[in-house]
Design a protein. Structure first.
Length: 167
């Protein structure tokens, strides 16, 4: 993802998430646009760009949250790395794989985020309430949102990363 496209995309997504989507709560969960964009781009990308955008997106996410700065990036980077290892570009023929990767990635992100918040932020939390009332509904939102995110970002991905043809 180029800087001219990625930075504005993450700024808009972080602002939307903080200003609008934070009020759209269903059973305690809300859509995580930054997480969805990072997971979708990591699914599309053959390189390790997803990790870079996980770092950038996490920083933008933390700018508008009350959490300690950098926690979202620390939680997103390993998730983007592991999703990038899966070589999941086959999603064009099989939508189940990206949905499963998003499910696993979003669950792992929320779990890591809660752990980091607990240890670095000093926040005491009830694990059962955090997982049941925030994580699970948010993960459902993320799995639903990854389908349109993949469709939108795949067009940009093919423009920014044309296939190399060897003759």
């Amino acid at each position: 993802m180029s800087l001219q496209f990625g930075i504005p995309l993450f700024i808009i997504a972080a602002l939307l998430q903080a200003a609008v989507l934070s009020h759209l709560r269903v059973y305690g969960g809300q859509p995580d646009l930054i997480v969805v964009i990072v997971l979708a781009w990591s699914t599309l990308d053959r390189d390790r760009e997803g990790m870079i955008w996980a770092f950038v997106g996490g920083l933008f996410l933390d700018l508008f949250s009350g959490a300690p700065f950098g926690i979202s990036s620390l939680a997103l980077i390993p998730i983007a790395y592991f999703i990038g290892l899966t070589e999941a570009q086959v999603y064009r023929t099989n939508i189940v794989l990206p949905l499963m990767l998003t499910l696993a990635g979003a669950l792992a992100y929320h779990g890591l985020y809660l752990l980091l918040l607990r240890f670095f932020g000093g926040v005491s939390l009830s694990w059962s309430e955090a997982l049941g009332y925030v994580t699970l509904p948010s993960v459902i939102f993320d799995v639903i949102l990854v389908i349109p995110a993949l469709r939108l970002l795949s067009g940009w991905y093919t423009r920014l990363h044309p296939r190399q043809v060897k003759i």
